[in-house]
Design a protein around this ligand. Structure first.
Ligand SMILES: [Fe+2]
Ligand SMILES: [Fe+2]
Length: 177
């Protein structure tokens, strides 16, 4: 019974998306290791990764957090014993900074800067995802309760429908990564 509740929760859906993001991050890390060992920059791979990060991790996943989950956590009657939302938003912004750094380095063919920004992004997101999965999300579910959580999940489903075709492409890329 407990598991059924968890499967239907809003944050369980977000945690599923984290696993897809982590898969691409692992592939990005492997490319960075290869680059540190003198391999040529695989421009097409980095372009696809940037497309995934911007389209899936940020515009799709982070938007669900920023536009739906986080505002709900600020609603009257939703009480958390601490509020890590500002820190999470700050980390989303730091991630965008690394993305801009990667784009600039890729364009200029600067391998050291590319690796530095890519590794910065990987480390940031791994930590960020860990904090959300293990601290924020469990706390959020407790504060929201099953009914509000199910309502948020329904709103996520609308976003899923809206982005269905583009998400399908990003998932195909992640599956191959
Ligand atoms: Fe986040
Ligand atoms: Fe997240």
């Amino acid at each position: 019974m407990k598991n059924e509740t968890k499967e239907a929760s809003a944050t369980a859906k977000l945690s599923e998306e984290h696993q897809i993001i982590l898969k691409v991050i692992a592939a990005l890390r492997a490319h960075c290791d290869a680059l540190a060992g003198n391999a040529a920059i695989d421009k097409a791979f980095f372009e696809k990764v940037l497309d995934f990060i911007k389209g899936y991790a940020d515009r799709f996943h982070h938007a669900k957090e920023e536009d739906i989950l986080f505002p709900e956590l600020g609603e009257p009657g939703v009480e958390m014993h601490c509020d890590p939302r500002q820190q999470m938003l700050h980390e989303h912004d730091l991630g965008r900074g690394f993305v801009r750094g990667m784009e600039a380095a890729l364009k200029a063919g600067q391998r050291a800067e590319l690796v530095e920004n890519a590794r910065g992004y990987c480390g940031l997101l791994e930590d960020h995802i860990y904090k959300e999965d293990n601290i924020l999300y469990p706390m959020a579910e407790e504060a929201l309760g099953a009914k509000r959580s199910a309502e948020i999940l329904a709103r996520f489903a609308e976003v899923d429908r809206k982005f269905a075709s583009v998400v399908k492409e990003h998932l195909a890329f992640a599956a191959k990564s």
